[in-house]
Design a protein around this ligand. Sequence first.
Ligand code: ADP
Ligand code: MG
Length: 624
Amino acid sequence: MPIQILTETVAAQIAAGEVVERPASVVKELLENALDAGATQIEVEIHGAGRQLIRVRDNGQGIPADEIELALHRHATSKLNAIDDLSHLETLGFRGEALHSVASVSRLMLTSCHYQASVGARIVVEGGQVLDVRGVGIPVGTVVEVADLFYNVPARRKFLKSDATERRHVVQVVSQYAMAYPDVRLRLMVDGREAFHSTGSGNLADVIIAVMGLETFREMVEVVPLSPLRADLPPIQVYGYTTLPSLNRSNRTQIHLFVNGRLISDQRLTYAVVQAYHTLLPVGTYPLSVVMIQVPPEDVDVNVHPTKAEVRFQSPDAVFSAVQRAVRRAVVDATAAPSFQSSPEQAEWDGDEQPNYEPRPVQTPPSQPRQNRLDLDWTPGRYGHQIADDDEQQAIESTPYFPPAAPPYVAPTPPQADDELPERMGTPRRPRTLPILRVVGQVAATYIIAEGPAGMYLIDQHAAHERILYEQFMAAYAAQDLTVQLAMETVTVSLGAMEARLLEEYREALALLGFEVEDFGKNTYQVRSVPAILADRNPAEVLKSVLQDAERGDSPAAKTIEDKLVRRVCKSAAVKAGQVLSHTEMQGLIRQLERCENPHTCPHGRPTLIHLSRDQLEREFGRT
Ligand code: ADP
Ligand code: MG
């Protein structure tokens, strides 16, 4: 092919790849535009996981009719004039690329009415080609509709993940922006149902409760700004909320960082948060945190990447240490355990630094959470005329948001059998897959030492039990013979927006496994039954951990959702490392393992046992 200059359309489609990766990236760009326009209320709607339709409506200042065509041009922006403007940017957008990119890979309709105009305008674009521009009457604000995303870029379409995954990314983006802008009322509708809303109360705590759930929030402490260590350091304010060590995750996905209201992904700063928990959290576990970082605009470069998710700081070390100090101070003050008083970090802070705040221990939720409902009618923002909404406020205050507290969960006493583990270990006889093993003892309350004809075996009790339960569960599942344990007392669990979505998605699969869950309104659910092997666990906790695992998709070998959920259920039900087992319990466990189809690995693929043959032992001791 001879060298030729790409047509504008192809060039735009290629460039769009940098900004628009998936439905959630469109939602992000449109949200940023609405926020930049000063909207106080934004509604995001998606259909078909955003592939079919994404609609974002705001009550911001709007676009003048004579500029509406321009808004869709590449490098067309009202937010930046000269390159110097970049150094004191106060808007989320500035590259003038988003609308142009989105329009080149979808069918886009932009309708807007500027706050100083009496009439609005609408433009319809398909694959970058303008089809129609006309005047229309709409309230002040903007509506952007993006239909058939990537209809003309099959390669992109192919890379999209399942609907569930794409929806989850959208929920994530919307809830993160809700956290960054607590004074904006944000609502997300997924296929006509409300998935999330924030009230615009201006209170970050309210939004965190809506996003992460009240139970998580109760385990959080407030991070408050500290005065800088030295006067010559740039003024960096760090605030937000972070969990106590008692609540943690096995991944970093719930550490949310914002710089000047902009959501960022920054490995180093994420590490600063993790570092703040040094010695407080076991290695491999991570907090849930919402960390807001305010720096002077001139000290941060946001023009690093087209998605603006990466930023560069003038003094990255100062930001790192500000984040780490503020988070650690909050957590240490709240936990105040003697074991780390002597840690070097602590010693360093005990110098002459004066915290400029009253330490605040474990959070109680705000007295009257206000995020009851987002009224269905549209409120004109600061650019339209305000409706006096005293009545509405009244209605909000008097509607109970949280259902009455559930009675505390009382774990039923597990049945005690002589030669079995407390958990249901009875199985039909199956062919033996391991030689007969004799238990010798337990090491570190984690490993069982056993002896067989071919030498010595070290067995990971947790992994082995997971394997046993998994095979039992799958067999019962295949035979449609799962025993279900009705909850003795119905347990109410309040989920975060993300978890609630996952629950909705996996509801059927969960029901098949024995989880019967009933809607209690406002992302709150009642657990009516659980799989019998989980009878002695707290149903709410089990449900949450099953959902978290489903979210993470950390079980790549699992072919189906059910399979993945089963693995998680078994993991929850299995004896833990660190649990002292009696000789008979160990022997019972090994009897079961001997008859597993695949006794050598746990359902997640890790080994259940290590075999040291007689030969190996003799070689090690130099006997041969
Ligand atoms: P950028 O946000 O980087 O300026 P975009 O392509 O996202 O670039 O938007 C182009 C321009 O269109 C913006 O600068 C703004 O003037 C206008 N615009 C886009 N969306 C909105 C909106 N929701 N409300 C008001 N103006 C908007
Ligand atoms: Mg923009």
